[in-house]
Design a protein around this ligand. Sequence first.
Ligand code: 13P
Length: 276
Amino acid sequence: MLVNANELLRKASKEGYAIPAYNINNMEWIKYILEACQADKSPVILAVTLGTIKYFGGYKVVFNVVNSLIKSLNITVPVVLHLDHAHNFNECKMAIDSGFTSVMFDGSSLDFETNVKITNEVIEYAKAHNVSVEAELGSLAGEGHTDLQEAQWFVSQTNVDFLAPSIGNRHGFYRGEVKLDFDLLGAICKAVKVPLVLHGASFLDENKIKTAIFCGVAKININTDLQYSWSLKVKEYLKTNPDVYDPRLIISSGEEAIKNRVRYNNNLFGSKNHEN
Ligand code: 13P
C-alpha cells in the first residue's frame, strides 16, 4: 500500500524506532527491498534521486514499476515513494503529479529566506495532494552544522513535516573518524518538535544509529550500503563465472546481499514488526 510518510514517522518517533529509507537504483532494487521488508513486516520508504529518475526514463515510469510490484508481489506493508533531494519546485511537482507520496525539497544551498519560500510553495502543493514534505537545513557536504535557532525559526515558518539537519553526517563512505554532534541533534529535536532525518547512514556503527534514534531521528537514509554490498557479490560472481553473460544472472547474484543488508538495517532501526 502506498502512503505518505507522516503517520509512519510520527508513530516511529513516539515509539522510539526509525523508518528505513532505501535508495532504489533499478527495478531489481525495488523488488528485493520490498520482499525483504515484507518478510520483516517493516514499513519502508523507497527513496528516488533525480539521477535514478533519469535512469528509469521518467517519474511516471518509477511510479508504475513500484506500484505494479507492490501489487504483483502482494506487498502489504506500508510503502512510501519519496523523491530524494529535489532542487526546485518543479521537480517536486512532477513527482507529486506522477503519484509519489512524499518529496524532499533540498534548499540547503540557498539562502535561508529562499529556502523557506520555496519549501512553503512545495508544502502548499504537496498538502493539496496528501503528500509529505522533508526539508534540509545546513549542508550535508560536511561544511558546518545546522544552526539551532535557524532550525527552530525554519520549522515555525514552514510547518514542514520532517527535517534533515546537518550534524557532521555525509553521503557515501566517511573518511577518518565519524563525528556526529548528538547534542545538537537532541537540541534540534526538542526545539522543532518534528521527526528528524539522518542522511548518510550507511555503515554507521550500531551505537551511533541507536543514539540518533534516541535523539529524535525517525527516518534513516541508506544508499551506499546496498550499492557496495551488492557490487562485492557481483564482482565475486563474475570472477567465479567468467563465461556468464545473462544480465539477469549477473544482477541477481547480488540479491541476497541486498536483502541481508536491508534486513540487518530493519532490525537495527527497530522498524521490524511495525507494519501497522
Ligand atoms: P548513503 O549513501 O551515505 O547511505 O546516504 C544515503 C542518503 O542519505 C540519501 O539521501
